[in-house]
Design a protein around this ligand. Structure first.
Ligand code: ZN
Length: 181
C-alpha cells in the first residue's frame, strides 16, 4: 500500500469486536521500518501530533532499538487502519474515539467532553466550547475528525463478502477517503 510509506503511523485493530474500536496502536520506525506497539492512546497521539517534524524511530520507545525484532507485523491477522500524520493531540480532559462500522466501510470519529457529552461534528464542538467557558483555553483547531483509512487487504473475508453482496459490486467507500482534507 502506498500510504504505508507516506503515513507511516498507524493504529491497528484486532479481529472485529463488538465495540469495533481501536485496541492496538502501532507506529512504524522511520529508519528500520519495523512496527512498534505504543502502549497508550495518549503516547500515540503525542507521536502522531508532530510526526512530520519529529519522525518516529525505535529508540524513542524505552528499551528498544532498531536491532530488536518488530513488535507486530502488518499482516491480515488483524484489521489495520492507517492514520494521517500530524492530527492534533486531543485536548486534556477530552477523549477521542474511533469506531469501525460493522460493515468495515469506514471509521467514525467522535470526542467525549470531560462532562461525558459526545460530539460528532465540528459544529457541536464549537457550540460546546462556547457554552462552556471553563474550556476557553481549548481551541477548535485542536479537534480533528479525520479518520484513518482501512487497509482493504486486512478486512476479514467474511466481512468483504457481506459488503459486496449488497448489490453495489466491489465499490469500496474506503478508497474515497484518501484525498479528504
Ligand atoms: Zn527502527
Amino acid at each position: 500500500m502506498l500510504e504505508s510509506q507516506e503515513n507511516p503511523k498507524s493504529s491497528s485493530k484486532k479481529s472485529p469486536s463488538a465495540s469495533g474500536s481501536i485496541d492496538i496502536y502501532a507506529v512504524q520506525c522511520g529508519k528500520c521500518h519495523k512496527w512498534r506497539v505504543i502502549g497508550t492512546q495518549e503516547e500515540y497521539e503525542d507521536i502522531r501530533s508532530n510526526f512530520s517534524g519529529n519522525p518516529f524511530v525505535c529508540s524513542r520507545k524505552p528499551g528498544t532499538s532498531c536491532k530488536d525484532a518488530a513488535d507486530i507485523e502488518k499482516d491480515a491477522s488483524r484489521t489495520w487502519v492507517i492514520d494521517r500524520p500530524n492530527i492534533p493531540k486531543t485536548p486534556e480532559g477530552f477523549k477521542r474515539s474511533l469506531v469501525l462500522r460493522r460493515d468495515f466501510t469506514k471509521l467514525d470519529a467522535y470526542y467525549i467532553a470531560p462532562s461525558g457529552k459526545k460530539m460528532r461534528t465540528r459544529n457541536e464542538i464549537a457550540a460546546f466550547l462556547e457554552a462552556n467557558p471553563e474550556h476557553k483555553g481549548v481551541s477548535i483547531s485542536e479537534f480533528s475528525f479525520h479518520c484513518p483509512k482501512i487497509v482493504e487487504e486486512t478486512i476479514p473475508e467474511h466481512v468483504e463478502k457481506r459488503a459486496s453482496g449488497g448489490g453495489s459490486g466491489s465499490n469500496k467507500k474506503s478508497k474515497t477517503m484518501k484525498d479528504q482534507e
